[in-house]
Design a protein. Structure first.
Length: 367
C-alpha cells in the first residue's frame, strides 16, 4: 500500500497486548478499511519487579506474539516504553492504597491514566483518529443529547464495561471496541481462520505486576518497609491475637487468618493507624451505604436529586438496585435496596441504567 493510499484512509492505533482479543480487533479494523498501526505498551519489566520467573502482561513473549500478528497483517508495529509512568501512577498508588487499608483495582487506573490517555495522545501526534482495544464493551452516541455512551459487551460473561467507567467523553469519542458485539468463541474462530499465533492463548487473569497474587510480599519487596503486626480484634475490642500487618488483608477475607474461634471469622475492618484488623461474623460484612470519590459520569453530565440505578461494587459482581445522590465536593452516596457483602474501600462502584454505564467512582467510605 502506498503512502498516498494510506493518507486517504482513517488512521487507527491498535493497542496490541499480544493476546487474541486485540489481534482480532486489529484484523476487524483492517477489514473495515482503516490504516492500522499496532502498538504494545511496555508497562513493566519482570526483572525490576522481582518477577523474572513469571509470564506477565507485557512480557517479551507477548511482544513477540503481537509483532508476529502485525507482521502477518502487514501493518506497522511499535513498542512504546511507559515503565516509568506506570511505576509512578499505577504501582506506587497500588501500594499507597494497601498501606491505607484499602484494596485497589490497578486495572481501572491503568485504563484511566495509561492506556487511553497516553495512546490517544500518541495517536493524535501521528495523525490517527482512533484508539482501538480488544475490550468487550460498546461505544455509541446518544442522538438526543450528543453524549458518548459506554455500554456493556453483548457477551455477558466477558463484559468489561466495569473497568472502563473512567473514560471521558473525549476519549470515548475517539475509541473503538470492535469486539463489543462478539462472543469469545467467535473471536477465537476469527483468529483460527487467520492463523494467528495466539488463537488459543489463555487470557491473563492476575494483576500484571503481581502474577503470583502475593500482594503483601510484592509490597514488602518494593518498599523495603517492615509493616508491624497489630492485633486481631472483635468489634467490642476483644483481642484475639496478632496479625501480619495491614497490607496482608482485605475486607471479606477468611482464609489465612490463623485465628481459632467458635464461629467462622472474616476481615470486617482494617485500621492502618494502629495496625488492627477487626474480625467478625459473615453477617457483619453487609452494608447498604457507601460513598465514592474520583467520580466520572458518562451517560449524564450530573446527578440531580435522587437517581435510581443498578450498581456493582466489584468486578464480575452482581448488579443490585441502588439510589445515588450527589453529596458535593466530588463525592456521591449510594444506598442499596439490599445490604451488600464486603464493600471495600479502594474498589470501584460502577452504576448502570440497563446496559449503559451511568458512571462510577472509587469507594472511600462504607456505612
Amino acid at each position: 500500500m502506498t503512502e498516498t493510499q494510506n493518507a486517504n484512509r482513517p488512521g487507527a492505533l491498535i493497542a496490541m497486548s499480544g493476546g487474541v482479543d486485540s489481534s482480532v480487533a486489529a484484523w476487524l479494523m483492517q477489514q473495515k478499511g482503516y490504516a492500522c498501526t499496532g502498538i504494545t505498551m511496555r508497562l513493566t519489566r519482570n526483572e525490576t519487579l522481582g518477577q523474572s520467573g513469571f509470564h506477565t502482561c507485557c512480557s517479551e513473549k507477548d511482544i513477540e506474539d503481537a509483532a508476529e500478528v502485525a507482521y502477518a497483517m502487514d501493518i506497522p508495529y511499535e513498542v512504546l516504553d511507559f515503565t516509568a509512568d506506570f511505576r509512578e501512577k499505577i504501582i506506587e498508588k497500588f501500594i499507597r492504597v494497601y498501606e491505607a487499608g484499602g484494596t485497589p483495582n490497578p486495572c481501572i487506573d491503568c485504563n484511566r491514566y495509561m492506556k487511553f490517555d497516553h495512546l490517544l495522545s500518541w495517536a493524535r501526534e501521528h495523525g490517527m483518529e482512533y484508539v482501538v482495544t480488544g475490550h468487550y464493551a460498546r461505544v455509541e452516541q446518544d442522538e438526543a443529547t450528543g453524549r458518548w455512551l459506554l455500554k456493556k459487551g453483548l457477551d455477558e460473561g466477558k463484559d468489561q464495561s466495569y473497568v472502563l467507567y473512567a473514560l471521558t467523553q473525549e476519549q470515548l469519542a475517539h475509541t473503538v471496541f470492535p469486539l463489543g458485539k462478539m462472543t469469545k468463541t467467535e473471536v477465537r474462530h476469527v483468529a483460527e481462520q487467520n492463523g494467528f499465533v495466539n488463537a488459543h492463548k489463555h487470557d491473563s487473569q492476575d494483576i500484571c505486576f503481581v502474577p503470583d497474587s502475593d500482594y503483601a510480599s510484592f509490597i514488602r519487596r518494593r518498599t523495603g518497609k517492615d509493616y508491624p503486626s497489630g492485633n486481631f480484634v472483635l468489634a467490642d475490642g476483644t483481642v484475639l491475637g496478632k496479625n501480619k500487618g495491614v497490607i496482608s488483608y482485605t475486607v471479606g477475607q477468611r482464609k489465612g487468618l490463623g485465628v481459632s474461634y467458635k464461629i467462622p471469622l472474616y476481615v470486617c475492618g482494617i485500621d492502618p493507624a494502629n495496625g488492627n484488623i477487626t474480625l467478625g461474623s459473615e453477617s457483619e460484612l453487609y452494608s447498604r451505604v457507601l460513598y465514592a470519590r474520583d467520580v466520572n459520569l458518562i451517560s449524564v453530565p450530573e446527578i440531580k436529586g435522587e437517581m435510581y440505578v443498578t450498581a456493582m461494587v466489584r468486578y464480575r459482581g452482581r448488579e443490585e438496585k441502588a439510589t445515588v445522590t450527589d453529596e458535593g465536593d466530588g463525592v456521591i452516596k449510594l444506598v442499596f435496596d439490599k445490604p451488600q457483602r464486603a464493600v471495600t474501600k479502594g474498589q470501584a462502584v460502577v452504576m448502570y441504567d440497563g446496559d449503559t454505564v451511568v458512571g462510577g467512582g472509587t469507594i472511600c467510605k462504607v456505612g
